[in-house]
Every structure is written in structure tokens, then in C-alpha cells.
Design a protein around this ligand. Structure first.
Ligand code: PGA
Length: 250
């Protein structure tokens, strides 16, 4: 895996009450020794402040689940990357649930990734195909188009500083994970796509897999040549299962 530090990110989505978020973050911080892998937790917006307080002084990083393309102004309901930067070091952009529910386009996702970088955050930019695209044999070309949009928005210098998460839509929250070989095929294609124009960035870029990743299957993904970590939804909501996934990355 070159010398890329593995990254395990927990995407809590729109789950947990405040006390549960605080308790979960505390248990994960207690159980993580802090070396060999980067760990980031992404709670819902209102719990960023209390979770940041729990994580302060620990090696567990904080991330948000979305950000605006804008810095400040009349954008009701949006949160700027500059505001997040006071609390977070990462932000998920372009999750398939936002592409689906909020009509986020490839172009917008690229702009969000670029805005996040400009504000000093590391974007975790999500890509992935729906089942009909996979069944039509177009998974790789679909994902390459999504990656191209992100890479062109962040530019040659930015692409080495982002994280890409490959999350096949049909595997998210379904219990039907991609096989490690299938995931590795697409992740290798993503790396090759970036490397074709920027070999250094392609070698440095961290690429995660996400979609029904759990304590049982984590090690198999992490043993592949190109998958550098996992974006974990359901299995990140319990400290034990999340910490087992973290251990598999060390
Ligand atoms: P899941 O979600 O692990 O519950 O499939 C992953 C994600 O959507 O990031």
C-alpha cells in the first residue's frame, strides 16, 4: 500500500441522540491507541460541538458530513467549510445519499471538495455506481467520470490532498457488500485514472471503500493493493465493531 496511512472513517449519518454521540465518541477515543491508522468520526452537524469536546486531546479526528461551496452569506441551511474548520479536519462530500436526495451533481461535488480544501479541511469525496450501471458493465467508466469532475475541480495540486471513497450505491446499508476483488478493481481504476495525469498524486491519494463494511469483512478490503481504508456507516454506530475495524487497519 505504498506509504499511505490507512484511514477509517465513521459516517454516523442522521443517527444518534446527543448523549449517544458523546458516549460513542468517548468509547472510541478510549479504545484507540492512536498509531498506524487515522481515525475520523463524522457525526450530524448539531453534535459536532459536543463530540469535538470529547475528542479534544485524543488522536481521533472529527469530520462533518457535508459542506457548502460558499464561505459565508445568504445560503440558508448551509454550513461553510470555514465554519467547520474551527471544529473538524475532514468533511464528507458527494455522499450518494446527498447526490440522490439533494440532487448533487458531479460539478457541485467537485466544487465542495475544492471549497473544503481551500478552507483547510480534507474532503472525503464519494463516488460510486448504482446497480443498473454495474449490471450494464459501466461501473468503472461511471466512476471515472465522477473522479474526473472532482480532480478537475481541485486541480493538480489538490488531488494529492483529498480522500476518495468508492461506495457502490447497491452496497450501502444493504448488507450486500462488494467483494474485495470487485472493490479493488474499481479502486485500482480510480488510482490509475488519477495517476495518468499526475503520477505522484495517484501514488499519494488515499482511496477508501464503503458499503456494508464491517468487523468481519474489513481485513479483506484492507489486504488489497489499492484500498487504503474504509468509510463505515452502520458498523460505525457501535464502539466495539468500529474499533475492530480500526484494529484491522493497523
Ligand atoms: P454502510 O454505509 O456501511 O451502512 O453501508 C456506508 C456509507 O454510506 O458511508
Amino acid at each position: 500500500m505504498a506509504d499511505r496511512t490507512p484511514l477509517i472513517a465513521g459516517n454516523w449519518k442522521m443517527n444518534l441522540e446527543e448523549w449517544q454521540a458523546v458516549e460513542l465518541a468517548g468509547s472510541i477515543a478510549d479504545g484507540f491507541k492512536g498509531t498506524g491508522v487515522d481515525v475520523v468520526l463524522c457525526p450530524p452537524f448539531p453534535w459536532l460541538v459536543p463530540v469535538a469536546a470529547v475528542l479534544q486531546g485524543t488522536p481521533v479526528a472529527l469530520g462533518a458530513q457535508d459542506c457548502s461551496t460558499e464561505t459565508a452569506g445568504a445560503y440558508t441551511g448551509q454550513v461553510s467549510p470555514a465554519m467547520l474548520n474551527a471544529l473538524c479536519s475532514y468533511v464528507i462530500v458527494g455522499h450518494s445519499e446527498r447526490r440522490r436526495d439533494c440532487c448533487e451533481s458531479n460539478e457541485l461535488v467537485g466544487q465542495k471538495a475544492n471549497a473544503a480544501l481551500a478552507a483547510g479541511l480534507t474532503p472525503i469525496a464519494c463516488v460510486g455506481e448504482a446497480l443498473d450501471i454495474r449490471d450494464a458493465g459501466q461501473a468503472i467508466s461511471w466512476v471515472e467520470e465522477q473522479v474526473d469532475a472532482i480532480a478537475s475541480a481541485v486541480g493538480a495540486e489538490g488531488v494529492a490532498r483529498i480522500v476518495i471513497a468508492y461506495e457502490p450505491i447497491w452496497a450501502i446499508g444493504t448488507g450486500r457488500s462488494a467483494t474485495p476483488d470487485d472493490a479493488e478493481d474499481v479502486v485500482a481504476a480510480i488510482r490509475a485514472r488519477v495517476s495518468a495525469t499526475n503520477a505522484t498524486a495517484g501514488a499519494q491519494l488515499r482511496i477508501l471503500y464503503g458499503g456494508s463494511a464491517n468487523a468481519e469483512n474489513a481485513a479483506a478490503y484492507l489486504a488489497t493493493a489499492n484500498i487504503d481504508g474504509l468509510l463505515v456507516g452502520g458498523a460505525s454506530l457501535k464502539a466495539d465493531s468500529f474499533l475492530e475495524i480500526v484494529s484491522a487497519a493497523i
